[in-house]
Write a protein that binds this ligand. Structure first.
Ligand SMILES: [Fe+2]
Ligand SMILES: [Fe+2]
Length: 278
């Protein structure tokens, strides 16, 4: 593995700080730096930017990375950019913002992935509700990644058909469980993210058992089937092919998302104004 010496020294606080370290601490620091680099997304794009690696880390190795970071992995991409650069000032959303406005002005870290996923679902001839679920399934990761299926379903629940929020909520749990009948395999990305010997926690297993028996199982499953993780950073994607589907199935509040007094309006305001201190 190639080490960027300047970056490594900077990460330890500069040459002077390194000079004060003994050999053993330097070796330890180098080891954790290499481990962190190995698992860092290569382009600064989120976790979907998966590059095949030769050896997947173990759960213990993933845990050892926690204290090499200045942030927690559950933090949303919009709030904590993973490219280690300063955040940029954002264009304010219009007074009555629509879903379209949020895609254009706020979902910058997640839109490529979900647009590719929705485009794949459309190419595969999926029903419009599945295409919509694919389009929305991961955008909540702008604010929160942990349990993003549940957060995402909640964010969209007042505005989409029940089947769509069901598919968004449960795609997260189904991702851990293969379904050969529809060609869905356990993703290599998860070996990288969670560790090669990872076992999903009991609530994920119980959720899977419940959804597996549910009449809408296939709706959630089809989101995972179209959930691309071999992400192509150069693909040209646009929200435009989905505007009609959004128009038919997404109940856009006339006051604008965040202003409609719904139980999730604060979540939309949180996305609209991420620089608001309180
Ligand atoms: Fe997801
Ligand atoms: Fe996804």
């Amino acid at each position: 593995m190639k080490i960027d010496q300047k970056k490594f020294i900077d990460s330890l606080g500069g040459p002077e700080a390194v000079g004060r370290m003994d050999d053993e601490s330097r070796a330890d620091a180098l080891e954790s730096h290499m481990m962190a680099e190995l698992n860092r997304p290569k382009t600064g794009d989120p976790a979907w930017d998966h590059t095949r690696i030769e050896k997947y880390p173990t759960v213990a190795e993933i845990e050892a990375q926690i204290e090499t970071r200045k942030y927690r992995e559950g933090a949303g991409f919009m709030y904590v950019p993973r490219n280690r650069e300063n955040v940029k000032r954002l264009t304010p959303v219009p007074a009555n913002p629509t879903l379209y406005d949020f895609f254009k002005l706020r979902f910058m870290n997640t839109s490529k992935h979900v647009l590719q996923s929705a485009a794949l679902a459309q190419r595969n001839g999926m029903p419009e509700e599945i295409v919509l679920a694919c389009l929305l399934h991961d955008v909540v990761q702008e604010i929160m990644r942990t349990d993003h299926g549940w957060w995402g379903a909640q964010l969209f629940e007042p505005y989409v058909p029940e089947k769509v929020s069901f598919a968004i909520r449960y795609h997260q749990a189904l991702r851990y469980f293969p379904d050969p009948a529809v060609g869905y395999e356990y993703p290599d990305l998860y070996r990288q993210l969670f560790g090669s010997d990872y076992v999903p926690p009991p609530y994920i297993q119980a959720t899977y058992e419940m959804v597996r028996k549910h009449p809408w199982y296939m709706d959630a499953r089809l989101v995972t089937v179209n959930d691309l993780y071999a992400f192509d950073p150069n693909a040209v994607v646009s929200i435009d092919p989905f505007v009609d589907i959004i128009g038919r199935h997404f109940k856009q509040p006339k006051e604008g998302l965040g202003n409609d007094g719904s139980p999730v309006a604060h979540m939309w305001r949180t996305i609209a104004r991420p620089d608001q201190p309180l």
